[in-house]
Ligand binder design. Structure first.
Ligand code: FES
Ligand SMILES: [Fe+2]
Length: 313
């Protein structure tokens, strides 16, 4: 896999999930072409074996020689949560947490981990698309479409505990024109910065709720790999495939328009309007975080933890 332009190999070595640079110290072959042997990862060019810390522990060609000190692959902090492997490229930046997910461990809920998908766009744009309130009428006709929805409500947007939080209550008129099976209702967002979203939807049609949780992994500046988990109450007559198919349809509608945005990175030259409030606030916080990151971890952590309660409610 690739994270922020860095190629990594992720492996399960004897029950421990490890992440290290995807490059053998010897002749730079990709370790992801290797083989797991017990609790080591063997490079499949000349057979050097790496332990869970990324250290070479065996060189088959000359086992009687001492192993060179530089014979190692940089390994990274990693943790498994929500069935995903989370990697921190710089362990000294220990000021961030794994993003919030309201229902993962909730009793009686069924979590469906949808296959990941890669889009040719920046992770920021994927985030903005997922939280965009004014594109339904144009991008999702027949799925999320409603004519009343081309003038979206403007929510209050708060910053709390590293999350952007906002909620929208679509106008009641839209109930009359909803497509069948359209999962429209009250939307509550808790978005762990910078690329995760926990969207709880309380459906108009039967007042039940479900959660769409997503995170966008920045492969590099122009590609992102996206993960989606659908969490809803356990029921007999509610098959996974129906939820997966619906989300796939929505994604297929979004993908071409989002990949058409150029450049893939967000730009200061774009024209923003008042109904872009969520995106505007997101960009503002991202910018503040980026500037603070240049100063160092403490400045970054302070900006990440700022609490701002929007007075326009
Ligand atoms: S390149 Fe990996 S063992 Fe030689
Ligand atoms: Fe969309």
């Amino acid at each position: 896999m690739t994270l922020l332009g860095r190629k990594l190999v992720v492996a399960n070595l004897g029950g421990r999930i490890v992440a290290m640079d995807d490059r053998c110290a010897h002749r730079f072959a990709a370790l992801s072409k290797g083989t797991v042997v017990g609790d080591t990862l063997r490079c499949n060019y000349h057979g050097w074996k790496y332990d869970t810390e990324g250290k070479v522990v065996n060189i088959p060609a000359c086992p009687e020689q001492p192993i060179p000190k530089k014979a190692c692959a940089t390994s990274y902090d990693c943790e498994v949560k929500y069935d995903l492997v989370w990697v921190r490229l710089d362990s000294s930046w220990d000021c961030t947490d794994i993003p919030y997910f309201s229902e993962w461990d909730a009793p009686g809920m069924r979590n469906l981990v949808v296959p990941s998908y890669t889009w040719n766009t920046a992770a920021e744009r994927r985030w903005e698309n997922f939280t965009d309130l004014s594109h339904f009428a144009f991008v999702h006709p027949g799925t999320l479409y409603d004519p009343a929805y081309d003038r979206p409500p403007i929510p209050a947007v708060d910053r709390v505990e590293g999350e952007m939080r906002f909620a929208i209550e679509p106008p009641p008129e839209m109930l009359e024109n909803l497509p069948e099976n359209c999962p429209m209702g009250s939307f509550t967002y808790r978005c762990s910065m910078p690329f995760s979203i926990n969207l709880k939807i309380q459906l108009y049609r039967d007042a039940t709720a479900f959660t769409l949780w997503t995170t966008s992994c920045p492969i590099d500046d122009t590609h992102c790999r996206n993960f989606l988990i659908i969490s809803r109450a356990q029921k007999d007559d509610d098959p996974d495939h129906a939820h997966a198919a619906f989300q796939k349809l929505v994604l297929q509608e979004d993908q071409p328009i989002i990949e058409s945005q150029w450049p893939a990175e967000i730009s200061m030259d774009e024209v923003s309007i008042v109904t872009d409030k969520v995106s505007n606030q997101y960009r503002k916080w991202l910018r503040e975080l980026s500037m603070a990151a240049l100063e160092g971890k403490d400045a970054f952590a302070a900006v990440l933890r700022t609490q701002v309660i929007d007075e326009r409610r």
